[in-house]
Design a protein around this ligand. Structure first.
Ligand code: 16G
Length: 245
């Protein structure tokens, strides 16, 4: 096992792979479905790895459906017979077409910028790494529906910052070999600030649904952090949920 002071090239990668393999073995051989995994702190101590390495390995297991998280309680071993496949990952364009409306966009910002802490955390890059920031007002049947900010590592979408225009971001990712495959989402209620109200065409303090998404591609790389702010009067969230036996 690589020790904690190993800082040769590729050390992070080796630590990740080792921890990931150890956790998989633990899940397969040592733990029953729905039993808790050791805490972040325990794993850091037991395996002499950083918090970031633990998070990355956990993230991969979550993404592969091997474990699941319960807010405030921890991470648990998934029951392979009850992993839900009913939730589809869609782009705004697909989502709006599915609602029998015509999607559109107004590009407000497209620039290269250093990753802030939220981007670093979600995209697994060092703070300051170049990311492409896209801000768009998303339209449905020509009416404002959503204000959307997305940040993508520049190496994932080379050329995007200088392209000057953008139709579908997910089409661009598909073409860049970074096809979105899975995402973690947090949905919360909020109210718009004055700038958001102006752009969305609603009164100040109007209610909105904020969806934060971290999207991973087919290889499991985090390729997008996005925050979408939907007008509460025009958008709802529909989920198919299944009762576990
Ligand atoms: C959706 C995604 C957003 C993504 C966008 C791409 C949610 C909550 N967010 O709005 O993360 O950037 O689609 O849409 O669904 P596009 O391919 O139409 O540009």
């Amino acid at each position: 096992r690589p020790d904690a002071k190993d800082d040769t090239p590729g050390a992070q990668e080796r630590k990740h792979e080792t921890l990931y393999a150890d956790l998989l073995a633990l899940i397969d051989e040592g733990l029953d479905p729905h039993s808790p995994l050791p805490s972040e702190r325990e794993l850091m101590q037991r395996h002499s790895v950083s918090r970031m390495t633990v998070r990355r390995a956990m993230e991969r297991l979550v993404q592969e459906g091997r474990v699941y998280r319960v807010q405030g309680a921890g991470t648990f071993v998934a029951d392979p017979s009850t992993i839900s496949k009913s939730l589809r990952l869609t782009s705004f364009s697909e989502d709006i077409r599915g609602r029998r409306m015509v999607p559109g966009s107004r590009l407000l910002l497209l620039e290269r910028t250093p990753a802030d802490l939220a981007c670093a955390r979600d995209l697994f890059v060092a703070p300051g790494t170049p990311v492409v920031h896209v801000e768009r007002l998303r339209l449905a049947d020509d009416e404002p529906m959503c204000l959307e900010n997305a940040w993508l590592p520049e190496e994932v979408v080379p050329g995007l910052a200088d392209s000057g225009e953008l139709h579908s971001l997910y089409d661009w990712l598909d073409r860049s070999g970074a096809a979105p495959e899975q995402a973690d989402q947090t949905i919360r209620a909020t109210v718009v600030d004055p700038r958001q109200a102006e752009l969305l065409g609603v009164p100040p303090q109007f209610p909105a649904l904020q969806v934060e998404r971290v999207t991973r591609d087919v290889r499991g790389r985090a390729v997008e952090r996005a925050v979408s702010l939907y007008r509460a009067d025009r958008y709802d969230y529909r989920l198919t949920i299944t009762r576990e036996p």
